[in-house]
Write a protein that binds this ligand. Structure first.
Ligand code: APR
Length: 191
């Protein structure tokens, strides 16, 4: 009886894992920030990352000229255990706008592309857009995981992609979505 909840799989040469916790405490090459287009900080994960990184982070983002929804920009991590922060802007959820899923996918893809461009090996994502931006996590999780699966089909520096979920319900939704993904793709091995 295969569990409907999966937490760690291999995809080609990399590992995709789900965990519950605080993204500001992840010791990875880069953590992804669910920012807004100003890149000047905010609440939620954005606020937590700026608090943990210290004021140098805002000084670094202030000169970036903002970020388009679906795009991503990289800064140092300063006081964070992660070396870098990849600031991405997810879409605000609108149920009847079909560009919204594409923008959510793009935010994840651009973050992975940026990590690979900098030869990073490990990246941690929060559940982008599922807080203040109102994206139902049940709809966001399959989109996020599919982008990671597709990206890891190509050779890159990435060896670990981790989703750090804040609170039980989000983790269970991602675990179920990962289970569904393993059912669709035989090249995904459960670890
Ligand atoms: N670690 C991991 N995940 C976290 C943390 C944390 N420390 N804090 C919050 N989260 C989770 C939330 O529970 C939610 O599931 O991150 C997810 C994203 O929620 P938000 O931070 O609200 O981000 P988002 O929905 O993308 O909205 C972005 O909120 O904070 C502002 O400046 C930000 O305007 C932007 C908007």
């Amino acid at each position: 009886m295969t569990s409907e909840f999966v937490t760690r799989v291999s995809i080609q040469q990399a590992v995709l894992e789900l965990t519950e916790g605080d993204i500001t405490r992840q010791t990875v090459d880069a953590i992804v920030n669910a920012a807004n287009s100003s890149l000047l900080g905010g609440g939620g994960v954005d606020g937590a990352i700026h608090r943990a990184a210290g004021p140098q982070l805002l000084a670094a983002t202030r000169v970036l000229g903002g970020c388009q929804t679906g795009d991503a920009k990289l800064t140092p991590g300063f006081n964070l255990p992660a070396r870098y922060v990849i600031h991405t802007v997810g879409p605000v959820y609108h149920p009847d706008d079909e560009t919204i899923p594409q923008l959510l996918a793009s935010a994840h893809r651009r973050s992975l592309e940026l990590a690979a461009e900098h030869q990073l090996e490990s990246v941690a994502f929060p559940a982008i857009s599922t807080g203040a931006y109102g994206y139902p996590v049940e709809a966001a999780a399959p989109i996020a995981l599919k982008v990671v699966y597709s990206f890891l089909q190509r050779e890159s520096s990435l060896k670990l992609v981790r989703f750090v979920l804040f609170g039980g319900p989000a983790l269970a939704v991602f675990q179920r979505a990962l289970h569904d993904l393993t059912q669709q793709h035989t090249d995904i091995r459960r670890l």
